[in-house]
Write a protein that binds this ligand. Structure first.
Ligand SMILES: Cc1ncc(C[n+]2csc(CCOP(=O)(O)OP(=O)(O)O)c2C)c(N)n1
Ligand SMILES: [Mg+2]
Length: 350
């Protein structure tokens, strides 16, 4: 299997100023959304903990910028970035984190269950690698229905060692599903370094075993991610089947919001600093300015608009009601789908 199949041509990316501005806005929105969430968790406005995506923004935005609105993604426990990148509403997300009835799950699901089927977001997922087979199901449905849709499964380096990922890659390979597996290798699964837990040369090289191309790409470089994603999506839409993209990146914060309080010491300060020097947003914004694609005053306008949108989201969440206790058990189970087909039941009856 040739490994350069996903290299892509960055020169052929459509980087017009409006498009670049929108991508910058999305990356900035994710960064600031997560920073606000940390403040709100620490202030006990948001109960529990969340897993922040700070440092990995280029992956969600780079991949989702190449998708069409009807394409599908599945996300992870670290899902806010994917959801915002695919067009999720920050107000409904924030309301969900606040546990309010205006949230995506009426305030009963929280960070790890946010979904918006109308936007092709088939859910964040609290189970490591849990979203991957769901994406394969969507890809299979797309293929059977001839819809031309493509599915993307985001997952982490820890998830790369889960059995279900390998079962799904095998099926996707034999059925030539229109799916892109995106591994967000942020170097750690909680506190376990990727090298300690992962056998073989690289995660990307595992694709070869399943008969489709895999490539590693700089996960701090949004344009490299877009170029590689473009190749993978072309393959999928042509009917050539799956691809695996390993995006090498870093999370700047702890595994979850409470980590700082636990005082875990599994990363050296120098390591964190060296990745901070390659900040995906700052680095790209500087490049855009040099190329005359996004000036400093325009950038400030975008930053201000992002702050205004987030203030609005927090205000919306705060002023929304909690779900009523009488409805605590509503919407917990799907209705109308018997757990086992009853005698004489026809699936067509639905
Ligand atoms: C099946 C399963 N096993 C264990 C966990 C506990 N857990 C939550 S996140 C996580 C680490 C995941 O690491 P990775 O896939 O690299 O994602 P990252 O947190 O780095 O984004 C673990 C072990 C879980 N949620 N689900
Ligand atoms: Mg990880």
């Amino acid at each position: 299997m040739k490994t350069d199949l996903l290299k892509g041509d960055q020169g052929s990316l459509n980087l017009d100023p409006e498009f670049c501005k929108e991508l910058y806005r999305k990356m900035r929105l994710i960064r600031r959304f997560e920073e606000r969430v940390i403040e709100l968790v620490n202030a006990n406005d948001i109960a529990g903990v969340t897993h922040e995506y700070i440092g990995e923004e280029a992956i969600a935005v780079g991949v989702c910028s190449m998708l069409l609105p009807h394409d599908v993604i599945t996300s992870t426990h670290r899902g806010h970035g994917h959801i915002l990148a695919k067009g999720g509403d920050p107000k409904r997300m924030m309301a969900e984190l606040f546990g309010r009835e205006t949230g995506y799950n009426r305030g009963k699901g929280g960070s790890m269950h946010i979904a918006d089927l109308s936007l092709g977001i088939y859910g964040a997922n609290g189970m490591v690698a849990g979203g991957v087979p769901i994406a394969a199901g969507a890809a299979w449905a797309a293929r059977l229905g001839g819809t031309g849709r493509v599915a993307v499964a985001f997952f982490g380096d820890g998830a790369a060692n889960q059995g279900v990922l390998h079962e799904t890659m095998n099926l996707a390979g034999i059925w030539r599903l229109p799916i892109l597996f995106v591994c967000e290798n942020n170097q750690y699964a909680v506190s376990t370094p990727v090298g300690y837990a992962t056998s073989g040369d690289s995660i990307a090289s595992r694709a070869a075993a399943y008969g489709f191309p895999g490539a590693a790409v700089d996960g701090m470089d949004v344009e490299a991610i877009m170029a590689a994603t473009g190749c993978a999506l072309d393959r999928a839409r042509r009917g050539d089947g799956p691809s695996l993209l390993e995006c090498q990146a870093y999370r700047y914060q702890g595994h979850f919001t409470a980590e700082r309080a636990l005082g875990l010491k599994y990363r050296a300060a120098e390591e964190i600093e060296s990745w901070r020097q390659r900040d995906p947003i700052v680095g790209w914004a500087t490049k855009l300015e040099e190329r005359g694609l996004l000036g400093t005053s325009e950038r400030s306008e975008v930053d201000e608009a992002v702050e205004a949108a987030l203030n609005e989201a927090v205000e919306y969440a705060r002023s929304s009601a909690f779900p009523s206790p009488e409805e605590a058990l509503d919407h917990m189970y799907a209705v109308g789908y018997p757990s086992l087909p009853a005698r004489g039941f026809e699936w067509n009856d639905r």
